[in-house]
Design a protein around this ligand. Structure first.
Ligand SMILES: *Cc1c(COP(=O)(O)O)cnc(C)c1O
Length: 492
């Protein structure tokens, strides 16, 4: 299987190893596979008897054909081992008669980013060998919280790779800061920036486009690489858990083979929900994809009207990982629903005017599979409270947005199908807001909120978030953003 850019009408082809190493196409487009491989009824039934790492290797082998099945199996077994995912990689929990929660947060950082970032570094490490790269890859990440920690955990102690994370000193939560400051691994570095997330992000982008810096790094045998969510190496592993969830529904005798189910995903960059769409195109019997947003409902409007318009107020919400106005992975859906020229045209309009409107034909095509709903802050809180009180299900703020939107979809469409809701973070990762929603009063400061939530709900604090305040602090450095490059040189 080969890959090409969503903006390249000539469809110049690349191997998956190159695509994973490179991240973004040189024309600014995203890499897509030249065909979606199929999975048959017989194969899905065979997967029902396999473990998660085996299912993952089987599905990934269809997309990453320049990796051997043995390589993929070895990497999947290491990435999704019990030591990293003590409760299994992607358990499916029955919440109501029709709603099933696909819990994607049992990994080392308690958020769904682990599902991709535990495996992608291993794929990148092999990609360096496969593409004949002699240098060490230096991953630079600017983070507003969750991605930085998940990337650090994924890349720690991986061969031929070093990782450096920059975060805004006052722009992340106490828990997130502690998670990063106590990071283990001998190839990692973490540094706080005086400034906000944009300053950190701009600093990283400046280094990426600094040719003198790149030459100096190369003299020392380093190339720069990114852990960005538009990398195919992060998207492909996400397809797996939708196939796996369908197997789990079959195994639990909740459905008969061929019965289609709906999927609802709390969406930010559109990566997670796009992975579900790809699973359907492979042949997994999935029906509709409900795109769930918070008050930053740019996608709800797009799916409703066909106009994507980022010129709007930005809201800080209690589901911060979905506080996004440019949903990068939507570009891949546009491409699948049109062609390279049209995609490039819309993306140019987006960068110049901040908006574009798709044709009626494209809108109709997208509507066959997708619909959008959003939940505001009050609805999100009310849904956390309702699911805990009525169903004894403790949802984080992002999952709650999805549950609220799933209900709206069911009320409006009532197709009677089962619904998989992607649950993207541990409730303990957003303990203060979850506690506040149920208790109706504020939680204690900092890590005290985790103890409050545990006492209130009689549930255990998610393992990786336990005793955070007792772990050794390794990284305390705070610098100006102008010193970032120097810090990279020091690390090298
Ligand atoms: C990243 C993230 C999302 C959004 O996922 P996308 O693939 O960017 O749409 C939702 N919830 C949580 C907790 C996340 O960390």
């Amino acid at each position: 299987m080969k890959y090409y850019s969503t903006r390249d009408p000539k469809q110049t082809k690349f191997d998956s190893a190159q695509v994973i190493k490179q991240g973004l196409a040189t024309d600014g487009g995203l890499f897509v596979p030249d065909e979606i491989p199929s999975i048959t009824e017989e194969e899905i039934k065979k997967l029902c008897d396999m473990t998660y790492p085996e299912r993952a290797a089987y599905v990934l082998a269809k997309f990453l054909t320049d990796y051997t099945v043995d390589e993929l199996l070895e990497d999947c077994k290491a990435a999704y081992a019990k030591t990293s995912f003590p409760e299994g990689a992607a358990p499916l929990k029955k919440v109501t008669d029709s709603i099933f929660s696909l819990e994607l947060w049992h990994g080392p950082t308690a958020a769904f980013k682990d599902m991709a970032l535990q495996i992608m570094p291993r794929l990148l490490s092999r990609a360096l060998v496969k593409t004949g790269e002699d240098n060490t890859a230096l991953i630079l990440v600017a983070t507003s919280g969750d991605t930085g920690k998940a990337a650090l955990e994924g890349y720690k102690d991986i061969d031929r790779i070093k990782i450096m994370v920059f975060y805004p000193v006052d722009g992340v939560s106490k828990v997130q800061k502690l998670q990063m400051a106590t990071q283990a691994g001998n190839n990692v570095n973490v540094c706080a920036i005086r400034g906000n997330f944009d300053d950190a992000q701009t600093g990283v982008k400046t280094i990426f486009s600094d040719t003198t810096a790149k030459e100096k790094l190369l003299e020392n045998s380093y190339i720069l690489s990114s852990a960005n969510s538009i990398n195919w190496g992060r998207l492909a592993p996400q397809i797996v858990y939708y196939v796996s969830a369908y197997c789990d529904l079959l195994n639990a005798k909740e459905i008969e083979y061929g019965e289609t189910v709906n999927v609802c995903v709390p969406t930010g960059n559109f990566g997670n929900i796009l992975a579900a769409f790809i699973a359907k195109n492979m042949g997994v019997p999935l029906n509709k994809f409900v795109c769930a947003s918070n008050a930053n409902n740019v996608l709800t409007d797009f799916l409703e009207t066909g106009t994507y318009d980022r010129n709007r107020k930005f809201h800080l919400t209690m589901s911060p990982s979905m506080d996004i106005l440019i949903s990068s992975n939507l570009e891949r859906l546009l491409y699948f629903s049109s062609d390279a020229d049209t995609t490039a045209e819309y993306m140019a309009e987006l960068s110049h005017n901040g908006k574009y409107t798709v044709s009626d034909a494209i809108k109709a095509k997208i509507s066959e599979n997708f619909c959008g709903y959003f939940a505001d802050e009050e609805e999100t809180s009310a849904t956390i409270r309702k699911y805990f009180n009525e169903y004894e299900y403790l949802a984080d703020t992002h999952t709650s947005v999805a549950l609220a939107c799933a209900e709206k979809f069911i009320t409006k469409n009532g197709d009677g199908k089962k619904m998989i809701v992607a649950s993207t973070a541990s409730p303990y990762k957003f303990a203060a807001d979850v506690y506040g929603s149920i208790a109706g009063k504020s939680a204690s400061e900092g890590t005290g909120a985790l103890d409050d939530l545990s006492a209130l709900t009689n549930t255990e604090i998610t393992l990786p978030l336990r005793d955070l305040d007792k772990k050794e602090i390794r990284f305390t450095k705070v610098i100006d953003s102008s010193e970032m490059l120097n810090e990279v040189y020091n690390f090298m």
